[in-house]
Structures are given as structure tokens and as C-alpha cells.
Design a protein around this ligand. Structure first.
Ligand SMILES: Nc1ncnc2c1ncn2[C@@H]1O[C@H](COP(=O)(O)OP(=O)(O)O)[C@@H](O)[C@H]1O
Ligand SMILES: CC(C)(COP(=O)(O)O)[C@@H](O)C(=O)NCCC(=O)O
Length: 316
């Protein structure tokens, strides 16, 4: 009997941290102290070694791949005798709640827009495409937030298809972690970027449990390069609890906050509440919907303690 190799060994090149960091050797770009400080301003816990060892090689790889894609588009336009289109390169970032998708996305945005070939990099999160809170309540989906059925997939696919078609002035809806709802008075205008990064736990999902109409096209059909940020669930739950405690002192103290009633919890009560939300919503969503989409990604960043990436898997 033959024993199949695990899927990632067949599909991916695998790099340890040191091996991967050496691939930045020829990055012509180095970061100044100021730029490093600005990146750290986004997240005070972000280690600067992490930026140079993990994210600089990644920005080099992406720059090379995007360059090749841009050349391919030129060839195709010549062949078809078309005028050049303003179709942006689309990068997706997915992974569990609290794995660090938005932090990773913001680091990549900052690094990618430094390359002269693609200075305009926009970042959109799929949170804005969650159904509004009132609708989630009416559909009894409040305890299924983040699950495939809690997103307006038609709106998301219409959005990404307009972006890919190079349409100017496309608006993305915005989400507030404070009100726990889509904003009604603000949108994010997107105007023909060179690169669009789309970040969210659902971007690699195929929506097979959605209605037949929304199954005909998947978000990933529009994505040129997909990244999955991975970590063991024990760490994810801990990071979720840490973020919950941070929100309790900051965002939840705002009287408009959906979770305002949590602002006076002790550390122990906050940990318990966050653990309960994890065990009933985010953990089951990770196991049933998010993790199964991992091996569709072009690149997997596996994090260990303190959010440090200890393995990088790159599609062969
Ligand atoms: N590279 C990193 N280094 C240190 N802390 C991080 C890093 N990435 C994320 N975090 C922290 O982990 C938590 C979750 O990160 P966040 O980007 O909000 O995750 P997500 O968007 O996946 O829900 C936050 O408290 C954030 O400050
Ligand atoms: C809005 C989200 C689905 C998005 O996830 P994130 O951007 O935090 O990774 C998530 O933060 C969420 O609200 N989950 C439902 C349970 C909870 O309150 O954490």
C-alpha cells in the first residue's frame, strides 16, 4: 500500500525562517529608520526583525510576480489589439479571526507601495460586506457572524468584478468593530489602484453552501495571488482573548460600542467571555470553513509564539 504524502509537501516549497529571510538578499529596497518606525506605529507589538526577515522577502517575491503579470497583460493586449486596461493586481489575505490578517495586510500595503512599478496600493476588508447588524439579527445569524452565510456574497462579487474590470470610483462598504455593524454614513472610495489587497476570513472560500446563483463565481476567481496566515488554534484563541482585553480598555469604553457592557469586566471575566465567543463562534468557523480553504492559497505564512512566522509555504 502506498502512503500519500501530506498535501502541503506535494504542493508547496517549504522554508524555515532563516532560509526564507535569506531570500531578501537582493531586495534593492531597504527600509529607513523612519519607515520602520512608521510601520511599528501601526502595531506596537510588531517586531522589526519580522518586517525584514519575513515581509521584505515577500514583497520582493510579489514584486517579481506582479512584474511578470504586467508583462503578460502587455503581450495579451498587443495580441488582441486592445488598448491597455487599468486592471489592478489583486492579492488576498485570509486566515482565522485574530491571526493578524489586517496587520499583515497593512505591512504589505506599506511595503508594496514603495516599489515604483505599483505605487498605488489600496486595502479593503471583507468585514464591510457582512450583512448589516439588523439583517443578521432578523435572519438569526448573530451567532454565525463570519460564517459564509453572514456575508452578502453577491455584493462582494459585484464589487471585486468592478475593480478587476478597471472601473473608476468604486465604493467599498466599511465595517466598525465599535458598533459591530456596517457604517451607514461612510464608504471607502477605490479609484483604479495598481494593486488591491483584499483581506478577510472568507476570501478563499468557494461558497458551496450558498445559494446556486452565488455559486457561479467565487471571489478567488478574481484574485491573482492568495496568502493564508496560519497558526495553531491554542495561539489563535489566546490572541483573540488578548485583543478582546485591549478592546475592553479602548473601543468598548465608547458608549456607542456594541460591547460597551463588557467594558467593566475584570481581566478574568474578559478572558472567560472571549473564550466563550471563541468556542461558540470563531473556533467552529475556523474548523468548518476557514481552515479547509488553506491549501488553496499560493502562500501560507505559519506563525508561532508572539506572532513570529516560523514557516513559509510557497506553491510550486
Ligand atoms: N505581526 C504581529 N506582531 C505582533 N502582534 C500582532 C501581529 N499581527 C497581529 N498582531 C496582534 O494580534 C491581534 C489580531 O490581529 P489583527 O490584525 O486584528 O487580526 P485579524 O485581522 O486577523 O482579526 C491584534 O491584537 C494585533 O495587535
Ligand atoms: C467581523 C469578524 C467576522 C471579522 O473577523 P476579523 O476581521 O476580526 O478577523 C469577527 O471579528 C467577528 O465579529 N466574529 C464574530 C464573533 C466575535 O464577536 O468575535
Amino acid at each position: 500500500m502506498t502512503v500519500n504524502k501530506p498535501i502541503h509537501k506535494t504542493l508547496y516549497h517549504s522554508f524555515g525562517r532563516k532560509q526564507w529571510s535569506e531570500l531578501r538578499n537582493s531586495v534593492p529596497l531597504t527600509l529607513s529608520e523612519d519607515e520602520l518606525a512608521r510601520l511599528q506605529g501601526m502595531n506596537e507589538q510588531l517586531s522589526l526583525d519580522e518586517v525584514t526577515d519575513i515581509y521584505l522577502p515577500l514583497s520582493r517575491l510579489l514584486n517579481l510576480i506582479i512584474d511578470a503579470q504586467q508583462q503578460r497583460s502587455v503581450v495579451l493586449d498587443q495580441f488582441l489589439n486592445h488598448k491597455p486596461r487599468n486592471s489592478p493586481y489583486i492579492i488576498s489575505i485570509s486566515g482565522s479571526v485574530a491571526v493578524g490578517k489586517s496587520t499583515t495586510a497593512r505591512i504589505l500595503q506599506a511595503l508594496l507601495q514603495r516599489w515604483p512599478q505599483h505605487p498605488k496600493v489600496e486595502l479593503v476588508t471583507t468585514d464591510g460586506f457582512l450583512y448589516p447588524l439588523a439583517e443578521l439579527k432578523a435572519k438569526n445569524l448573530l451567532k454565525r457572524k463570519g460564517f459564509p452565510e453572514s456575508y452578502d456574497m453577491k455584493m462582494l462579487i459585484d464589487f471585486i468584478s468592478a475593480i478587476k474590470a478597471g472601473q473608476p470610483h468604486v465604493n467599498a462598504p466599511l465595517y466598525s468593530h465599535i458598533t459591530y455593524d456596517r457604517l451607514t454614513d461612510q464608504v471607502q472610495p477605490i479609484n483604479q489602484p495598481d494593486i488591491l489587497i483584499i483581506e478577510g476570513l472568507n476570501v478563499l472560500q468557494t461558497g458551496l453552501d450558498q445559494s446556486p446563483e452565488s455559486r457561479s463565481s467565487f471571489l478567488s476567481d478574481y484574485v491573482d495571488f492568495s496568502i493564508y496566515v496560519d497558526a495553531d488554534e491554542v495561539l489563535l484563541k489566546e490572541w483573540y482573548q488578548q485583543r478582546f482585553r485591549k478592546f475592553r480598555q479602548g473601543a468598548f469604553s465608547d458608549p456607542k460600542s456594541f460591547f460597551h457592557h463588557y467594558s467593566n469586566l475584570s481581566d478574568q471575566q474578559a478572558n472567560q467571555t472571549a473564550a466563550n465567543i471563541w468556542d461558540t463562534i470563531n473556533g467552529p468557523n475556523l474548523q468548518s470553513n476557514i481552515k479547509p480553504s488553506r491549501e488553496r492559497a499560493h502562500l501560507i505564512l505559519k506563525k508561532g509564539d508572539n506572532h513570529l512566522v516560523n514557516r513559509v509555504l510557497l506553491r510550486k
